[in-house]
Design a protein. Structure first.
Length: 575
């Protein structure tokens, strides 16, 4: 019996030795390093590839403090917590640290084992070298956010940051300024000294500008010789005036180029401010850009603040020229179309015609910027006529080619709608292209009704009796009382993007949107949601039985060819 027991013990020992050897081998050949701590014995051991990470050894708990000297300052606290604080609610925790001298990025993973009473018994801390991964990630992040030449933010990321500023400013009722800055006579450098010298100058100035950035001031290298600055709550040291003064001071001194030459530059700056100039990011940048051109035309090396009158002037020239030549419209404007779909089955319902203005430098100016001004100075009438004719003509082309039933939605502003002869001229255009009124939908905003309720609803009534569909645009942003909707000659209600934006995140919006859709249906109108950007929004709107949807998720506004392609594919699918 005894011999048998010893035999078993020996076998057991042998097994343990084998297992220990295996574990040692595993740890030693691993590229990671481990700290093993046993709470009962208060003992610390290190295993694995310790030397790869640290140049000291650890034999007691006190030695652990040596680790803190090796990591960069901001990682000290997470490391302390990881080493000494047992987070009862989790048995595994991981975080990243960076070593000072070797610049290694290390993922630290802490595992704690508890006994049945919930007391910790063992702890294993694993150090894994993730330097390679981190640097790849850093590089990608860098490329996504920054401009390689200057180290400033790139255009896309700048627009995102500006968007964040605007959202915050709306909440805190603060201002945001955009400074659009363009080198004067940059050509002179590029042509005279070569493109490389041009790049060098852009880089030198860009590097100087990085020094002006802080949490309230973000700066981007926008394109070739253009920089854009966004300032949150501009005042004092970060007011537009101060920043402009500082920049001009710098520009008084020449830039020293690598080849020893010295170059002096000046800039023209356009400034627009939220909320006065425009409500959105792109519009604000557009406004600042347009007034920057004004600064140039005033003789360069100047700053120009946004005034509505400047845009008006721009438009007036278009208007005056138009009296001479129809061709001017074709040169300056173009129509984009955004598809609309039935929510229930995803069928193509129609398109909304949206105008685009490309100025003579090829820059797109948003209709959100120029339509309000065109409305004020009356230019909207010729522009509006052109929009209708161009869109109906394009639409008739699709219909003749693809024979697919679509509805063409046209935005019509108050001034245009009130104008005597508007209905007649619309009907004439429809006749000319052999389009029936039932294929057309007119989008009007609520504000149009507030101004002159009786007259406008009469006009809309006339249109409706002629068979044209009427849609109430931007519903929910203005007057929007459901009770006054009753009796209005409309067919469709367009739920504004602001509702769709927060539909899934804001409880109140959810309730309001649900009740709007419910009520509107009871009143006998159709509903269309605009600005649908995600699958989740679409799914939810579908559940609410919203009839139609439109937005980036299904399709952005696109040139006529894009819609042709859509129809082409549909016909192929159907056939
Ligand atoms: P709107 O009638 O409310 O047009 C919808 C706007 O939202 C369009 O901007 C469209 O590009 C944008 N949009 C559509 N889906 C999405 C989305 O999913 N996400 C986001 N972020 N935006 C989306 P756009 O084309 O800049 O037009 C702005 C406004 O200018 C229009 O607002 C309309 O009021 C006016 N407008 C445009 N074209 C004309 C026109 O031909 N005549 C008149 N009178 N006004 C026009
Ligand atoms: Ca619209
Ligand atoms: Ca709208």
């Amino acid at each position: 019996m005894k011999g048998n027991g010893t035999q078993l013990l020996l076998e057991e020992n042998e097994k343990l030795r084998r297992e220990e050897k295996m574990l040692r081998l595993l740890c030693d050949t691993s590229s990671s390093a481990f700290i093993y701590y046993n709470f009962r014995e208060d003992r610390v051991d290190t295993l694995g590839n310790w030397d790869h990470f640290f140049d000291f050894s650890i034999s007691s708990m006190d030695d652990l403090s040596k680790l803190y000297d090796r990591v960069e300052e901001q990682y000290e606290i997470p490391l302390r917590e990881g080493l000494f604080i047992e987070k009862q609610w989790m048995d595994r925790d991981s975080f990243e640290i960076k070593l000072k001298e070797s610049r290694l990025s290390i993922e630290v993973e802490v595992n704690v084992v508890y006994d049945s009473e919930g007391e910790p018994t063992d702890k294993i801390i694993r150090f894994k070298d993730v330097t390679k991964l981190t640097s790849q990630k850093d590089e990608l992040t860098y490329m996504a956010y920054y401009d390689m030449l200057t180290g400033l933010y790139n255009r896309n990321y700048f627009v995102r940051l500006l968007g964040e500023f605007l959202r915050r400013a709306e909440k805190e009722t603060k201002k945001v300024a955009v400074m659009f800055m363009d080198f004067d006579d940059f050509r002179r450098v590029n042509d005279g000294m070569g493109i490389i010298a041009g790049d060098e100058l852009v880089q030198l100035f860009g590097q100087y500008l990085t020094g002006l950035m802080n949490s309230h001031v973000v700066i981007s290298h926008f394109s070739t010789d253009i920089y854009c600055i966004a300032i949150y709550d501009p005042c004092g040291a970060r007011s537009v005036e101060t920043i402009y003064r500082v920049i001009r001071e710098r520009l008084k001194k020449p830039f020293k180029m690598m080849d020893g030459q010295e170059v002096t530059m000046t800039v023209s700056v356009g400034v627009s401010e939220y909320p006065e100039a425009a409500p959105g990011t792109l519009e604000l940048i557009n406004c600042a850009e347009i007034v920057m051109f004004k600064a140039k035309s005033r003789g360069k090396d100047k700053i120009q603040y946004f005034e509505g009158a400047i845009l008006e002037e721009f438009l007036q020239t278009v208007n005056i020229q138009n009296k001479l030549k129809e061709v001017v419209f074709e040169q300056n404007f173009t129509m984009y179309f955004q598809p609309q779909y039935y929510a229930e089955n995803g069928k193509f319902r129609g398109v909304e015609a949206l105008i685009r203005w490309r100025d003579n430098k090829g820059v797109m100016i948003s209709p959100a910027v120029f339509i309000p001004i065109a409305e004020k100075n009356g230019t909207i009438v010729p522009i509006g006529n052109w929009v209708i004719e161009k869109s109906v003509q394009t639409y008739a082309g699709w219909r003749d080619k693809y024979h697919y039933p679509l509805i063409l939605s046209l935005n019509v502003s108050a001034v245009q709608c009130k104008k005597r002869g508007f209905i007649d001229s619309l009907m004439k255009i429809l006749e000319k292209y052999d389009v029936s009124p039932g294929e057309i939908e007119i989008e009007v905003t609520e504000t149009i009704l507030i101004e002159d309720f009786d007259y406008i609803s009469e006009r809309l009534g006339e249109l409706k009796s002629a068979g044209v569909r009427i849609s109430l645009d931007d519903f929910g942003t203005g007057f929007s009382s459901l009770s006054y909707l009753k009796g209005l000659p409309i067919d469709t209600l367009k739920i504004d993007k602001t509702f769709v934006d927060t539909l899934l995140t804001d409880k109140n919006t959810k309730i309001i949107t649900e009740s709007i859709i419910y009520m509107v249906k009871r009143l006998g109108y159709e509903t269309i949601a605009e600005g649908v950007e995600t699958r989740e929004q679409y799914q939810y709107l579908k559940e609410l039985e919203c009839d139609m949807i439109q937005g980036y998720y299904m399709g952005r506004p696109m040139p006529a060819q894009g819609i042709s392609d859509l129809l082409e594919n549909l016909t192929v699918k159907v056939g």
